[in-house]
Design a binder for this molecule. Structure first.
Ligand SMILES: [Zn+2]
Length: 146
């Protein structure tokens, strides 16, 4: 259900350019990491992964700033699944999430898997977007840390 997304250098470059961003090594490595994983890492986890990749040649502040830049440009999205923790997702298509309460791991749930909810609010609100977060236990996935 959650295949690792293919990440090619040209995909990273295209995504940055499609969102009006200049291609820099920092943006490429941060976006490339997020495109390669479906784990919805937080900023600290992104920092650790790219730091390893660049042999420590990137600061935490740079990673955090780069994440903010990518979010502002719409190249990635923030996922707020737990209070106080912002996670990042390179899957910018509309989709829902399932959070495993034991492991904390977040799974992508395809948009089509959830019945449309737009009718339920009646005419008092005009809905532009929505996002459903399910909580429970993932039954058919490997037991790996979030
Ligand atoms: Zn997601």
């Amino acid at each position: 259900m959650n295949p690792v997304r293919p990440t090619k250098t040209e995909n990273i470059r295209e995504t940055l350019e499609a969102h009006g961003l200049k291609v820099t090594p920092q943006r490429s490595v941060v976006l490339g990491y997020l495109m390669s994983t479906d784990r919805h890492p937080n900023a600290e986890e992104v920092f650790q992964a790219v730091s390893l990749h660049l042999a420590g040649a990137i600061s935490k502040a740079t990673v955090y700033n780069t994440l903010n830049t990518l979010v502002a440009a719409g190249a990635i999205v923030e996922v707020s699944a737990e209070p106080g923790v912002t996670r990042y997702d390179a899957n910018i298509e509309s989709h829902h999430h399932f959070i495993d309460r034991e492991t904390g791991r977040i799974y992508d749930i395809p948009w089509e898997s959830v019945e449309p909810l737009c009718q339920t609010l009646g005419t008092d609100f005009s809905i532009q977007d929505y996002h459903v977060t399910f909580y429970g236990k993932a039954l058919k996935h490997e037991h790996s840390p979030p």
